[in-house]
Design a protein around this ligand. Structure first.
Ligand SMILES: CCCCCCCCCCCC/C=C/CC(=O)SCCNC(=O)CCNC(=O)[C@H](O)C(C)(C)COP(=O)(O)OP(=O)(O)OC[C@H]1O[C@@H](n2cnc3c(N)ncnc32)[C@H](O)[C@@H]1OP(=O)(O)O
Length: 476
């Protein structure tokens, strides 16, 4: 295993995949190490143990998958099933996650899942990773990570997916998103979760350098909220949980409304092989947004390609061109969707909404207009067309690039994007047969397309920077 990790750093992740998928370091078929690990992962003993105290409404989920609680497909599946059960159990209002293993909370993704597997299995694995994060980060329960050991990479993601983190004050333990050190890339939604926890600058440094923090350093940057002696981690978590659950109006409301969550993401960054410039991936650029409402678990992103990298000021200046997370109460971010009485959480969580996006063109950042309605329908398109593609024109003219989720029954805002020659506005978010839709949104006679209006779609937006006209759809 140590070899695997060393090789990750040496070859880069794609190298690891290709090099290790078939052969060991010595070029022989990788039989015995893989086999022994496989056996370990295939163990039928439960990897997760849950105890729900019905008098307090608090469940303790214990990860018990030796040697290091690595997140294999089996582990993740079991984790998600348990989480879902608790989520459905109305008597359960709080969840504490901890480990039964000494020294390790979770070692993160199971490295052995990431090579030598069929594309189908990889897809399944990756979907399970996303599911775990979405279920945890989008949970209605108050969640606390009782971190009683090291928690690198995916273990850290799991921790920051919780509302609160209590870590054992033990100098041997560390936590952080160290993927860069392994020569692999923490997906952008890992990054967003970290940003939402420690802020932009700390997240940048952390990810670019792949830092693992000691417990005191983690506390210093806000990666964990509290340090306690090792033998008090769980009891402190339980005490803390009672405070969370004492918040009037039930815990879910405040915890959902006031914590910054970027549940889903789009970024205009690079993808695939373009993942190499880590500064691009990890420096703040939130150019566009897709909200993954619970259950809507696709992560889409809009990307750009190399040739598009020419406008360096675009690339290297921090711009938050637009982001809207339509969680009520987060009203610095504009939202569309619901108002007034609709602010009840379950309604918020489970109803598909129109979350829209506004592009604040540099210097023109006063546009919080999400979508359009009624008389605004004269805005028949967003974006730009043909001759408008000159850069200065693009930068200095006000544009409203909006995003509309075409929600069943919510067909008043069915337009986004552009039509005809405007196809430089691409979309992400649809899959399969939807790929025949060459643009996001529909207009005029297209309103009668019931499949368009009544099927849930998450159409996100690509920033139509001149030349950025690719459609990309990734879940990574
Ligand atoms: C569309 C399809 C795509 C599908 C593919 C997905 C592609 C995704 C690419 C992008 C992914 C990016 C995201 C990555 C997130 C991650 O989580 S990557 C995992 C990173 N994890 C680590 O770096 C942790 C490494 N481990 C450690 O630091 C230490 O093991 C520890 C501090 C956790 C514990 O230390 P210690 O108690 O000293 O134990 P060890 O002796 O080190 O380990 C014991 C045993 O466990 C094995 N092991 C350790 N970590 C892992 C792991 N992550 N996965 C599997 N196995 C692990 C280790 O090798 C030892 O095994 P042996 O006893 O040697 O057999």
């Amino acid at each position: 295993m140590a070899n695997v990790l060393r090789n990750s750093a040496k070859f880069g992740f794609s190298g690891v995949l290709s090099q290790l998928s078939i052969h060991s370091r010595h070029g022989r078929e990788c039989v015995s190490p893989c086999f022994s690990l496989q056996q370990r992962n295939n163990s039928t003993s439960p990897k997760i143990k849950v105890d729900l105290d019905s008098s307090t409404g608090v469940a303790v989920l214990r990860m018990q998958s030796p040697p290091v609680n690595s997140l294999s497909l089996d582990f993740l599946t079991e984790f998600c099933i348990n989480l879902e059960k608790l989520e459905m159990d109305r008597s359960c209002r709080g969840l504490i996650i901890t480990s039964t293993l000494s020294k390790v909370f979770s070692a993160g993704l199971d490295i052995m899942e990431m090579y030598g597997k069929s594309p189908e299995r990889c897809g399944e694995f990756w979907k399970a990773v996303q599911e775990m994060w979405l279920k945890l980060y989008g949970s209605n329960m108050a969640t606390i990570a009782a971190i009683n050991g090291s928690s690198p990479a995916g273990g850290c993601l799991m921790s920051i997916g919780c509302d609160y983190r209590i870590m054992a004050d033990n100098p041997r333990y560390s936590i952080g998103l160290n993927e860069t050190q392994l020569g692999i890339v923490a997906p952008f939604w890992f990054k967003d979760t970290l940003v939402n926890t420690v802020g932009n600058r700390a997240a940048e440094l952390s990810l670019e350098l792949g830092l693992l923090y000691s417990a005191p350093d983690a506390l210093k940057i806000g990666l964990v909220d509290q340090l306690v002696p090792e033998d008090q981690v769980l009891s402190t978590a339980q005490d803390t949980m009672s405070k969370w659950l004492a918040v009037p109006g039930q815990n879910t409301l405040s915890h959902w409304l006031y914590r910054v969550r970027t549940l889903s993401l789009s970024h205009t960054g690079c993808t695939g092989s373009e993942h190499s410039p880590s500064h691009w991936l990890y420096r703040v650029r939130t150019l566009s947004l897709t909200l993954a409402v619970p259950g809507q678990n696709t992560l889409s992103h809009t990307g750009c390609t190399r040739s598009e990298h020419s406008p360096s000021h675009w690339l290297y200046r921090v711009r938050t061109l637009s982001l809207t997370l339509a969680v009520p109460g987060q009203n610095t971010l504009s939202h569309t969707g619901c108002t007034g009485s609709e602010y009840s959480p379950s309604h918020w969580l489970y109803r598909v909404r129109i979350l829209s996006l506004t592009l604040a063109v540099p210097g023109q950042n006063t546009l919080p207009h999400t979508g359009c309605t009624g008389s605004e329908h004269s805005l028949s398109h967003t974006g730009c067309t043909g001759s408008e593609h000159s850069l200065s024109h693009w930068l200095y003219r006000v544009r409203i690039l909006s995003l509309t989720l075409a929600v069943p029954g919510q067909n008043t805002l069915p337009h986004t994007g552009c039509t005809g020659s405007e196809h430089s506005l691409s979309h992400t978010g649809c899959t399969g047969s939807e790929h025949t839709l060459p643009h996001t949104g529909c207009t005029g006679s297209e309103y009668s397309l019931s499949h368009w209006l009544y099927r849930v779609r998450t159409l996100s937006l690509t920033l139509a920077v001149p030349g950025q006209n690719t459609l990309s759809q990734y879940t990574l």
